[in-house]
Design a protein around this ligand. Structure first.
Ligand code: DQA
Length: 152
């Protein structure tokens, strides 16, 4: 029997981690982040599937593909919808429709940034939000999701 799966979805411009606004988002690349998170998940007994897309529709499709009842079953979601966090009713609806326990993560501390980043359309439909701890926030999100899955 293989390990239970979790899905990490990163949104637009996060493929440019390591070169984009490094003072805010750091110097590690997305590939490096994904690799270390996969190892961390594995050590907790989970397989982590990692995807990134710049497109809102693809983000919705990826959530739908892994929703409860689909063949590629995952036990939970970690999402950083990036700029779509502040605009996307479609991603919010997809998270709700998936019925998957979901943790939202942001690298930067949204509360300290521009006013337009301070509203998340996602936060009230997820288990919780991690924001402001840099890339370490993904580890925190993983730990929080696993704790939730094993606590219920
Ligand atoms: C972000 C914050 C968003 O406002 C921004 O558009 C991003 C990244 C973060 O991880 O801090 O692209 O989600």
């Amino acid at each position: 029997m293989h390990s239970p799966r979790l899905l990490l979805l990163n949104g637009p411009n996060l493929n440019l981690l390591g070169e984009r606004e490094t003072a805010i988002y750091g110097t590690k690349t997305l590939a490096e982040l994904e690799q270390s998170l996969k190892h961390e998940a594995e050590s907790l007994g989970y397989e982590l599937i990692c995807k990134q897309t710049n497109s809102e529709g693809d983000f919705v499709d990826l959530i739908q593909t892994h929703r409860i009842g689909m063949p590629i079953q995952v036990s939970g979601l970690i999402i950083n919808p990036a700029a779509y966090t502040h605009t996307s009713v479609a991603i919010r609806d997809a998270v709700l429709a998936s019925r998957l326990p979901t943790v939202e993560v942001h690298i930067s501390q949204l509360a300290k940034r521009e006013v337009f980043r301070q509203k998340s359309l996602i936060s009230d439909v997820v288990l919780g939000t991690v924001s402001g701890f840099g890339l370490y926030g993904y580890t925190l999100a993983l730990l929080a999701l696993v704790n939730h899955l094993e606590d219920v």
